[in-house]
Write a protein that binds this ligand. Structure first.
Ligand code: B4P
Length: 259
């Protein structure tokens, strides 16, 4: 059995290898030993440790240095409604010191403030449809210029949005690091969202959102697959397990080769 031993800063100690290859992980000080695929318990423990370390780093400022060592993270979280994009973005944001940009949250803020944009968007959101591209692009444009490191949550959701983002990032000279595709079965999504109970979380609207996801957003994953940016992530487990899955896959893209 091959044991891979990796020395990482404390903040990065939970993210040493791709989960597909790991069967056990043991942490001692700043060293992590991994072999085969992680047991759920050890992976969860590591993810919790990672989140705790990120919180500590956020409080004491250590995370900024660790993030600088790994280079800026610029990523997209894609996945069906309720796959945990918002939930995971909060974990990853702390871990990598990146800015969280959620089009869903931006839209809900516009609705709450009663702006023209919000009034127009609300009709689509309540029907489980995608808000038209021109509204989304107007809202997102300009948000990326000042950000070195960011997590896009729920954007892009259509091929047109993805192509627009490609052009914007090329102009800014800010290439993407990765696109994490959170994979969850439709029935699990329905159960999770019904329990959440947001205004657009009735079973009828959830099923419409799923249908829209499969027809309009899923093709976006192919767009990024062609650019070798796509990282499929098993997202049906507990929040900490999924966090571990995402962070390990991102970390392997951010570490310099041979580390
Ligand atoms: P979003 O705000 O993006 O919402 P979402 O897809 O429903 O949720 P998300 O995947 O973030 O799930 P979450 O972590 O909250 O979009 C809302 C609407 O805005 C869209 O329908 C659309 O109309 C519009 N819109 C947004 N962006 C757009 C765009 N770019 N273009 C066009 N229209 C756009 O998790 C959901 C629930 O599951 C939570 O209760 C959470 O606690 C739970 N959960 C998460 N992970 C879990 C886990 N591992 N195990 C158990 N429960 C979990």
């Amino acid at each position: 059995m091959t044991i891979q031993s990796v020395r990482l800063p404390v903040v990065a100690s939970a993210v040493a290898a791709r989960p597909a290859k790991a069967t056990a992980a043991a942490v001692s000080g700043d060293e992590v030993q991994i072999s085969g695929a992680p047991t759920p318990a050890s992976a969860e423990q590591l993810a919790q440790q990672g989140t705790a370390a990120a919180e500590q780093a956020a409080t004491h400022g250590a995370g900024a240095g660790a993030a600088a060592l790994r280079g800026p993270l610029r990523m997209i979280l894609v996945g069906p409604p309720g796959s945990g994009k918002g939930t995971q973005a909060k974990i990853i944001t702390q871990f990598f010191k990146a800015t969280h940009i959620s089009t869903g949250e931006l839209l809900r803020a516009e609705v709450k403030q009663g702006t023209e944009l919000g009034k127009e968007a609300q009709t689509y959101m309540q029907a489980g449809k995608l808000v038209p591209d021109e509204i989304i692009l107007k809202m997102v444009d300009g948000k990326l210029a000042g950000e070195e490191s960011f997590i896009l949550d729920g954007f892009p959701r259509s091929k047109a949005q993805a192509e627009h983002l490609d052009e914007t990032l090329a102009k800014l000279g800010k290439p993407l690091t990765a696109v994490a595709n959170l994979m969850v079965d439709d029935e699990i999504v329905v159960k999770r969202l019904k329990e959440r109970g947001r205004q657009d979380d009735t079973e009828e609207i959830i099923r419409e959102r799923l249908q829209v996801y499969h027809s309009q957003t899923e093709p976006v994953t192919g767009h990024y697959q062609l650019q070798s940016l796509l990282e499929p992530v098993e997202a049906e487990g507990q929040v900490a397990q999924v966090g571990y899955n995402v962070i390990t896959q991102l970390n392997s893209r951010l570490r310099p080769q041979g580390c």
